[in-house]
Design a protein around this ligand. Structure first.
Ligand SMILES: [Zn+2]
Length: 226
């Protein structure tokens, strides 16, 4: 709240360098990567499709994710979406139709924040990809059942157990993508253990949808090929 107040009264500062003005100044924006690479967590969840991400989750990108999520600095949505879009572009062929599927927020958490940051970034990423010529759209196919404990503080195995079966694709939503040959990419803001996106992949595959990759704005640093 104090930060929001400061932004309103004093004007904002760049989340990267504290320069007064835009939430992301041009010099900082120019340091952001534009190409994604495979960013496997270690250990990777069994059967996981390739996760693509352009950035490590630290420094500037971490500040951007946190400010967008917790302080609703909405001007950061587009640069974050650009990072996710780079991941999607790496995951799919340019001539295919691609559906970006945001990881669903836990019931209550989007309401508590007043926005759903992952969905907002995913929707913007689809828009940026369309501008680059991709047949891309974001469809919110997945729902979280809830009753999932907070993931913070859980190790990889505990996270996977906590999340197993926690997401599903309701029939009414599935109809929106029925009868077409589409590439599905699971989208999230940050990849940590991979448990969350792996559960989203499982829930999509459980209703027969072909998941070709995972795209995130950033991945935690511990990474190594599987
Ligand atoms: Zn800056």
């Amino acid at each position: 709240m104090r930060d929001v107040f400061a932004d309103l009264v004093l004007g904002g500062t760049c989340v990267g360098c504290d320069r007064p003005g835009q939430p992301l100044c041009r010099p900082c924006a120019e340091t952001l990567p534009s190409r994604a690479h495979a960013s496997w967590p270690s250990p990777a969840p069994s059967g996981m499709v390739t996760p693509w991400s352009p950035a490590a989750y630290d420094g500037l990108v971490r500040s951007m994710v946190v400010a967008h999520k917790e302080r609703r600095v909405l001007a950061l949505r587009r640069p974050l979406a650009r990072l996710v879009a780079a991941g999607v572009a790496a995951a799919v062929p340019v001539d295919g139709e691609v559906v970006l599927v945001p990881v669903p927020s836990r019931p209550g958490s989007a309401r508590a924040r007043g926005h759903d940051p992952t969905d907002a970034i995913t929707r913007e990423a689809a828009r940026l990809l369309r501008r680059e010529g991709y047949a891309a759209r974001r469809v919110r196919l997945l729902v979280s059942r809830g009753a999932v404990a907070d993931q913070a503080g859980l190790d990889a195995a505990a996270r996977a157990a906590n999340l197993a079966g926690s997401m599903y694709c309701p029939t009414a939503r599935l109809r929106r993508v029925a009868g077409r040959r589409l590439h599905f990419v699971v989208c999230d803001d940050v990849l940590t253990t991979g448990a969350t996106v792996r559960e989203a992949q499982r829930a999509l595959e459980a209703v027969g949808l072909g998941v070709v990759g995972v795209a995130t704005a950033a991945a935690t640093r511990l990474r190594r090929p599987p």
